[in-house]
Design a protein around this ligand. Sequence first.
Ligand code: COA
Length: 425
Amino acid sequence: MCNVINFYINGCQYKLPIVYGTFCEKAINISKLRENTGFITLDPGFKNTGITKSSISYIDGEKGILLYRGYPIEEIINKCSFIETSYLLLNGELPNPTQLKFFSEKIKKYNHVSQDIHKILDKYPVFYHPMGILSSLTCILRSFITTKKNDNNNHVKEQDLFLHLLAKFPILAALTYRKKVGLPPSYADKNLDYPSNLLKMFFSTNKKKYDEFNPVIIDALDKLLILHAEHEQNCSTTTVRLLSSAHSGLFSSVSAGICALWGRLHGGANEAVIEMLENILKSGKNVKKWIEMAKNKKNSFRLMGFGHRIYKNFDPRAKIIENIAEKVIRELGINNPILELAKELEDIVMNDSYFLEKKLYPNIDFYSGIIYQAIGIPKNMFTVMFALGRLPGWMAHWKEMRLNREPIGRPRQIYVGYKKRKIRN
Ligand code: COA
């Protein structure tokens, strides 16, 4: 394999090193390009820019492959729990039984938040979006985690911080939900596993729409968390990595990641999908009209839940999630017109030349909202559920940045504003 590439600018020859990945992905290392030639590269949206070398996950967007630390997502989903997956992402290997016991018990030990967090939450206006609440509570949560009372230095082992966040994140999400629906807090139960606790903290004492401990629902929720756990250099993960590069703390970096995920072109798409499907239903179910609108370049409307920057064949997570959605709907005996409409829309889109030519396929967000809705989670909490899953991935990237001692992220730009000018007297 060739290790350098020769290229010419204005007749002068230059050499740049080539970097190879595990699956022979190729990159030209341009870090010295400006120094040697005066040129920078320009790539809005980082469509063709690798920003790091990472060993956490691998995606082949053409073949629809997703690996977590080398394991295919299809295998992980059937053989691992979310907690095992989190351990894998954070530590590089699956845990042995002793490691798993220690990891799970620590999470259960940290499964509570300070009463001050409850008081702060009470002060938020009830209409404020749950993603905003989750982000700000995550940021301040760090100040309430100390090893001992009156520990002014506040030294907590890094590994413990990861576990605190894994333990406390579902509590923040559940408290936010319960405040919205006017319910008092429901505390974690140390006898329950991670997804069961999540359901308990969200729904207990609420009017049950389903059996709280229904194993099909618990399994579906755990699988959804796994499917969302990691997805290499997406917008929110890159945000977390950038903050980590500046040596920002774990909690503030994750807090920024939550805000990035909130956007409708990213994690916020799951909420937007259900809104779109509801609007299609309300407006008389004229699916073709909506598809034409998405194709019309004069209209800014896009079919939410379709398209992906990396997947240009199919999203392997979408295939898995479609099966989970069907299982949950069947189990709960729900006759869901939204699911039927989703299938109809998918069928039409998958036979439409516009979407085929542009390689726009359903992504994970197309079906996740349908499952959350069936479980009883309100629309504005969907992206919060995504964040709960993505947490171990964000933390693994934050950690990798520090371990690799990566430099601070600081892109360049091409300035197109005014030339130097004077303020008129
Ligand atoms: N509906 C209609 N057209 C779409 C589309 C959609 N959902 N997604 C992309 N396109 C079109 C674009 O208009 C563009 O057309 P053009 O080449 O004629 O200008 C082309 O497909 C490429 O789209 P682009 O926005 O450049 O791709 P991207 O890689 O920058 O964006 C997404 C990827 C995911 C942001 C984009 O597909 C999208 O907005 N999808 C809907 C939101 C969503 O589901 N997000 C969740 C992602 S997991």
